[in-house]
Write a new protein. Sequence first.
Lengths: 126, 126
Amino acid sequence: MATETRKTPQRAAVLDALHQARAPLSASEIHDAAARRVPGIGLATVYRALKSLVDGGEVVSVVLPGDTPRFEVADLAHHHHFHCRECGKVFEVEGCPPNLARLAPRGFALEGHELVLYGRCMGCVA
Amino acid sequence: MATETRKTPQRAAVLDALHQARAPLSASEIHDAAARRVPGIGLATVYRALKSLVDGGEVVSVVLPGDTPRFEVADLAHHHHFHCRECGKVFEVEGCPPNLARLAPRGFALEGHELVLYGRCMGCVA
DNA sequence: TATCTAGTGAGAATGCGTTATCATTAGGTC
DNA sequence: GACCTAATGATAACGCATTCTCACTAGATA
């Protein structure tokens, strides 16, 4: 029997924050968002909830270069991210460049890829 | 007058390690490589040399998701990286997917991109 | 409602890559 | 060779995201 997992407002707030977001959130962003539903929620609780959600496959972590891990719900279609250099926000991007396999060196087995676009988001361009 | 920079075997060893490498090296990998030319070289010296080389534009740092920064000489053509999930080594990859601009959301200004391929390198496939 | 125990909040502790400190060494120049 | 001072090596200190500790709170079940 696996360890019992109880329903708590804190866990619900964390998962809800991720479902509301249209972009992957960092632990502290999740903490901020969850605190709006559950004032006083501790950062440790956020980390604990994220750990169990990731372990349970409901949430995946997204790591962009030079940044702390971010989290998003697991049931999104394959996608990539756009990182605004001005405001630092990360956006989801649909689509995927084709034929990446041809870029891999001969004899290498390509199993996955990660693409990050950099620039300025609509708000910062204006 | 800018601060004088002296030629030392340690600095030469750091730069040489980067020129020899066909892949971006982490600080500790550079430390190991440089120690073969200059036994006893300190890790702090490696960091100092890297800092001045990056500041001087001779070396650039490459940050792959979830990893510590790596360094490579600055005069390489635009390229990406292949990260072997088995041995952890990073390889340079020529070429670049076309038409990345069409992936950016409408109204966003695309200024750059980073692509990392994951899989197993030739040695680990065998 | 009584009971059991997972979950929580606060803050201390940890891990680790990187940087600062400082006494000593050794380039550069005359 | 003498002198000035940047560079070095060893190691302590730092920053900071994440995890642990522990007393307390509150789901779940009967």
